[in-house]
Ligand binder design. Sequence first.
Ligand code: ZN
Length: 240
Amino acid sequence: MRFAIFGDIHANLHALDAVLADAREQACTHYVCLGDVVGYNAFPKQCIDLVRNLECPVVKGNHDEQASMLGDQEGFNPLAEEAMTWTREQLTNEDKEWLRSLRLQRQVRDFTIVHATLDTPHKWGYVFNQLDAAASFSYQHTSVCFIGHTHSPKAYVRDGSVRTIPLDVLVLQKGKRYLINVGSVGQPRDGDWRSAYCIYDTNDGELQLRRIAYDLPAAQAAIIEAGLPRKLAERLAVGR
Ligand code: ZN
């Protein structure tokens, strides 16, 4: 099986279209979504529809939770909050119900998926370094776990100690544990504006990070046209 593993789409339809087109071109046979389908960008409803149509495993992100919550949102910075208020208005009750129904973590075949961390998935902590990765590893019972949430692609391995390793192309070795952050489709923050996602080929245990250019000006124009904060359009261009 050849999995396209992607997340943090954040309602960027232009980016999602480009990633799914690349995954098809790369002969991916299966899809997995790591959450944060909505928030920040201009096409939350369309992105939900696209992801649902894939009929693939999806886990819940913090923006999915906030968009579907019945009470008031909390813990978001003003920029995210303004976008979240707008996002909620774009979604039907059925969309929100679907977001609410998503699980925090799942096992897919022989790997685990979670949006934030395995140690406290509901608290939306971040894996930024080896120490954070070590905490998550202690709850990881499969050889590989895929995460998102930081919007920066990164790979950690545990074989005695916990280290970061290059993710461009990675062949998984038996007896080791891997924690893979696949980066973000719709709002990368590692200084590269292009969408990120991973291909995981279970036949040969090979992992590959893909960076995909998409129609950035169109995505930016849609943000401004929707009346969302201009800053959200500007940050897409710098990948921050
Ligand atoms: Zn996110």
